[in-house]
Write a protein that binds this ligand. Structure first.
Ligand SMILES: Cc1ncc(COP(=O)(O)O)c(C=O)c1O
Length: 465
């Protein structure tokens, strides 16, 4: 034991940064570059604001990582965790046992899920949820006597997590380039990204065309070999790409036509983000399976899972025998207790209805106005998520050279000016908490405007536009 350990609260920012650089490998990070620069140390939070170790206040327009939907510091979630920790901090669900919070949460999730979803399989994260999807859809077809039906179709620039299966279902080129991904039996189609791929066509026509790529892929692979199609209702990590309204209904029609299972990855869109409990409700489709995580506990504690619709549940329950799959933390009682408190809070404060009827439209109006900024080629939002596409030339929509990393320049200004906004290439994205006031949305939009101005000044000064 090290007798001279400094108590955490007493450390200075450079001390935190030195220890961080010495020992801590961060996700999706160039370790060496970050060690040279030093992390920003976030020490505490309240409502929609964070504070760093230098005392700077930051408006968190990303809800942590798309998850702190009810905002920071909600006492009832904290109480739910502490009460459950005292009562029963852990027990598993493997040995024909279950715990009250896991059972009650399964029941409540069935209540808030779309009709036809009455069962849930718990995991510890969204990635594990999508690993479960791969095993479950393949098992489904096995049980039905069609084991050759094992290919799953995902989308380029989709994000489904970082485990071997999650990263394979996703279509992130940078992830596939490391570690021999995707794993066999997973293929991809192009994304419904109008601004990049559909210029010159109406959004509606492009939506139908993009959905048609699924049919072409099913025919290329062979309909008798395709198990499922997976997509996020709105691609989140890919840059908040809101699909045309024609896209998902057409995807549904194609999946129905070929009997392909339809999987909605609701890890970001679930629990109110788009103005309904589930993104598939906003975009008008009925999946067979849904992955969830993040917003189920508002990120206070890790939990994920798969909502299993009747079509799959019936086969697995009535004909499947033992399903050889599960995690130590499937149905963790403390995580489930926090999720119960979180969902009840969302219901009591009518957060979903509020996003749909008030906050979402309010954000949409003010966010759309940012589309007038000379640096912005497109401003898109749905519910409480949005994206600004930065462009070199507003009139033509011409993009900056990728190597310039204008998005990172903008993100740097956000960071320095008390705003967390994420850059995906040159798309600046937000997914703020669902509990914002109008005044806080105004504050956020004003900060974004200021950071766009600062970025534009940089761009001009460097002769990039
Ligand atoms: C749509 C989607 N699916 C899955 C995941 C993976 O979730 P986790 O990071 O909890 O494993 C994410 C994470 O951002 C996500 O956005």
């Amino acid at each position: 034991m090290n007798a001279v350990l400094t108590p955490p609260a007493a450390r200075t920012t450079p001390q935190w940064q030195a220890a961080d650089a010495a020992h801590y490998l961060h996700p999706f990070t160039d370790f060496k570059a970050l060690a040279g620069k030093g992390s920003r140390i976030i020490t505490h939070a309240d409502n929609i604001y964070l504070w760093d170790s230098d005392g700077a206040k930051i408006l968190d327009a990303m809800s942590g990582l798309w998850c702190v939907n009810v905002g920071y510091g909600r006492q009832e979630l904290i109480d739910a965790a502490t009460t459950q920790l005292k009562e029963l901090p852990f027990y598993n669900s493997f040995f024909q046992t279950a715990t009250p919070p896991a059972i009650e949460l399964a029941e409540l999730l069935a209540e808030v899920a779309p009709p036809g979803f009455r069962h849930v399989f718990f995991t510890g994260s969204g990635s594990e949820g999508n690993d479960t999807i791969v095993r479950m859809v393949r098992r489904y077809w096995d049980v039905l006597g069609q084991p050759e039906r094992s290919v799953i179709i995902g989308r380029k620039n989709g994000y489904h997590g970082s485990t071997m299966a999650g990263a394979s279902l996703g279509g992130m080129a940078g992830m596939h380039a490391q570690g021999g991904l995707p794993i066999p039996g997973i293929v991809h189609i192009e994304q419904p990204f109008w601004f990049a791929l559909g210029k010159g066509k109406s959004r509606e026509d492009f939506g139908r065309e993009a959905a048609g790529w699924l049919e072409a892929k099913i025919l290329e692979v062979g309909a008798d070999k395709v198990a499922a199609f997976i997509g996020e209702p709105v691609q989140g990590a890919g840059g908040v790409i809101v699909p045309p309204s024609t896209y998902w209904p057409e995807i549904q029609r194609i999946c129905d036509k070929y009997g392909v299972l339809l999987v909605s990855d609701e890890v970001i869109c679930g629990f109110g983000r788009t103005g309904n409990w589930w993104g598939c409700e906003t975009f008008g489709f009925k999946p067979d399976l849904m992955t969830f995580a993040k917003g189920v506990t508002s990120g206070y504690i890790p939990l994920g899972g798969v909502m299993v619709g009747d079509r799959v549940a019936k086969v697995l329950i009535e004909q499947g025998g033992e399903f050889n799959h599960g995690y130590t933390y499937s149905g963790h009682p403390v995580a489930c207790a926090v999720a119960l408190a979180n969902i009840r809070l969302i219901q009591r404060e009518r957060l979903v209805e509020n996003v749909r009827g008030d906050l979402g439209p309010y954000l949409a109006r003010h966010f759309a106005a940012l589309g007038d900024h000379p640096l912005v080629g497109e401003a898109q939002s749905v519910g409480m998520m949005g994206a600004l596409q930065l462009v070199r030339d507003k009139a033509s929509g011409a993009l900056f050279d990728e190597g310039l990393e204008v998005g990172m320049v903008c993100r740097g200004h956000c960071f320095a000016n008390g705003l967390i906004m994420r850059a995906v290439g040159d798309r600046m994205i937000i997914a703020p908490p669902l509990v914002m006031t109008h005044a806080q949305i105004d504050e956020m939009v004003a900060l974004i405007h200021r950071c766009l101005d600062l970025t534009q000044a940089d761009v001009r000064q460097r002769g990039w536009a």
